[in-house]
Design a protein around this ligand. Structure first.
Ligand SMILES: [Fe+2]
Ligand SMILES: [Fe+2]
Length: 302
């Protein structure tokens, strides 16, 4: 059977993807050990996420770069430049966060090495199209986790303020570029079958890795067997009203043949978050050092 090109449909205009250079050093000195809800289990979950991000982001960048030359649309070329710049910043900033967790006694270097090895295998053995489909799948996960967090202020309130600002910055940019890898995949002939077929093993690998890393972090923390203490955190992440369960409908949308990330309307959420973080009295105004607009840069290079 010949797989047909993904004929998904866009619902909204694409937001700009600016590259922001940040400096979070002022925030980092105050980061509490259990920065989510003063809870070891849930904090370890977000640390496990952070452990896979630096090499994950580099993998995303390379998988999109492999197809960059085949992108004909100049507007998408601009968004690709923004995507690469944003993900590079995320990798860099999470490297710094991970070094801080390591200094607190968490085994982040070891987990970072494991992530690198796993992704090295993917780079060596998997076709470039599958590598790009992996990125598209994981970008869907980051987009829906971000949207969920934006829509749940009670979840935001559980983060320590320093961790919240950092997390919202990353999630805001994930929302800005959520369709970029998807559009590269689609415009270069990616099929629905490959896109949807990659999502299933990718999700199993992601959930398995996060759980294994989380348990390893808790073991290093010495809190792994404090089971009663973990009940609340288990509920927040894995419970029937927790994070993963809340993501299921948005996750399943990915399997619709006509799906496009812009069909999840985040326009207002994104505008509100941009104003909250970078508006006139934005929470991250002083941490923002420089903004590069790929449109201006590409126009200058032309
Ligand atoms: Fe990112
Ligand atoms: Fe991303």
């Amino acid at each position: 059977m010949i797989a047909r090109t993904d004929r998904s449909t866009d619902a909204h205009p694409n937001p700009e993807v600016p590259i922001r250079h940040m400096d979070f050093s002022g925030d980092r000195g105050n980061l509490p050990r259990y920065f989510y809800d003063n809870d070891p289990f849930a904090s370890a979950f977000f640390m496990a996420f952070s452990a896979v991000i630096p090499h994950g982001e580099r993998f995303f960048i390379d998988s999109v770069r492999n197809y960059r030359d085949r992108v004909r649309d100049p507007e998408l070329q601009q968004r690709v430049a923004g995507f690469i710049g944003q993900e590079a910043m995320h990798g860099q900033e999470h490297d710094i966060s991970n070094a801080i967790y390591e200094a607190m006694g968490f085994p982040m270097k070891r987990l970072d090495r494991l992530s690198r090895r796993g992704l090295k295998l993917a780079r060596r053995w998997l076709p470039l199209r599958i590598q790009l489909a992996m990125t598209v799948a994981l970008e869907h996960h980051t987009a829906i986790v971000s949207e969920y967090t934006f829509r749940h202020p009670e979840m935001q309130a559980r983060f320590a303020p320093e961790a919240l600002r950092f997390t919202l910055w990353h999630m805001m940019e994930e929302t800005e570029h959520k369709a970029v890898a998807f559009d590269v995949f689609r415009s270069t002939g990616g099929s629905y079958l490959v896109r949807a077929g990659t999502m299933i093993p990718m999700t199993a690998i992601l959930l398995g890795t996060l759980l294994a890393f989380q348990l390893r972090i808790l073991a290093a923390d010495g809190t792994l067997w404090q089971l009663r203490r973990h009940l609340r955190g288990v509920g927040h992440i894995y419970g029937p009203r927790g994070l993963w369960a809340g993501l299921i409908p948005a996750f399943l949308d990915y399997f619709k043949p006509g799906f496009h990330p812009s069909q999840h309307d985040t326009d207002t959420l994104l505008r509100d978050m941009q104003a909250r973080l970078f508006g006139e009295h934005g929470e991250l105004r002083t941490q923002l050092k420089k903004t590069i607009l790929p449109r201006a840069r590409l126009a200058a290079a032309a």
